[in-house]
Design a protein around this ligand. Structure first.
Ligand code: FAD
Length: 218
């Protein structure tokens, strides 16, 4: 947009009360790099969309017409999971046993990735889905061999965001099984956050993407 259509403006309407990840970093980049081109508006739940006139109606804000609308609908587990009766949490997400990713309502079905009900503080990402798959596979392998399943899974997340064609910034986290609460919980002090986006992190981000895609899909 900056190179092809510098007069255009991007409005980010968020139904959340605030930016959910890398808040300080995003705010700094937006202010520095896109001061008049990007505006973030929190608490902006959409009521309806008129596709013919490209107009959005909000619960509280005035209606808005734009040249391009990119609407992200309310998130939930995939329809195949709800149809199978797995959406046990708020009728939206699949509750699982975090030692095996077996569904809490249909234990012979394993669910991982975006469809699960994440514990507080645990992100949803391709990286997390990759890690959850390994915990799930290890549990199934142990069951198949008549062994006890690993009882203290430790998994990690890395999430890069590009803020220009070449510069990126990251957030990382490590999560451990909490046996008392039967859930995953962040390991205090084990994560990390960029100080600022850099070219080097842009290179690291491409390396991370190649590795995680190869590990997950090949
Ligand atoms: C814009 C964007 C940027 C992102 N950036 C990152 C990032 O930098 N790093 C990161 O780690 N994560 C990132 N994510 C998140 C990541 O893409 C998801 O967390 C991840 O893809 C979840 O994997 P999943 O397998 O649970 O679900 P999905 O990737 O959604 O896979 C589900 C699959 O199931 C298929 N499916 C659904 N129903 C059926 C059916 N009935 N029969 C057969 N197939 C079916 C779907 O077509 C789909 O292919 C990003 C997501 C978005 C939207």
């Amino acid at each position: 947009m900056k190179s092809k259509s510098p007069k255009a403006k991007l409005f980010v309407f968020d139904s959340n009360p605030d930016i959910q990840a890398k808040k300080g970093l995003f705010e700094k980049v937006w202010k520095t790099n896109f001061p008049s081109q990007l505006e973030y508006i929190p608490n902006a739940s959409i009521e309806s969309v008129d596709v013919a006139t490209k107009t959005m109606t909000f619960e509280v804000l005035p209606k808005l017409k734009a040249d391009v609308l990119n609407i992200i609908p309310p998130q939930s587990c995939g329809p195949i999971a709800s149809r199978a009766g797995l959406a046990s949490v708020d009728k939206r997400w699949c509750g699982v046993d975090f030692l095996s990713y077996a569904s809490l309502v249909q234990p012979d079905i394993h669910v991982l990735g975006d469809s699960i009900a994440s514990p507080p503080g645990m992100p949803k990402s391709g990286h997390m889905a990759n890690q959850e798959a390994k915990v799930c596979a290890a549990a199934i392998a142990a069951w198949s061999l008549g062994q006890a399943i690993p009882s203290m899974p430790l998994i990690a997340n890395t999430c890069y965001s590009f803020v220009s064609e070449t510069e990126a910034m990251h957030v990382t986290g490590v999560y451990r099984y909490d046996a008392a609460k039967k859930t995953m919980a962040p390991v205090p002090g084990a994560g990390g956050l960029s100080v600022a986006p850099t070219l080097l992190e842009g290179i690291h981000a491409m390396g991370w993407a190649g590795n995680i895609l190869a590990d997950s899909l090949e």
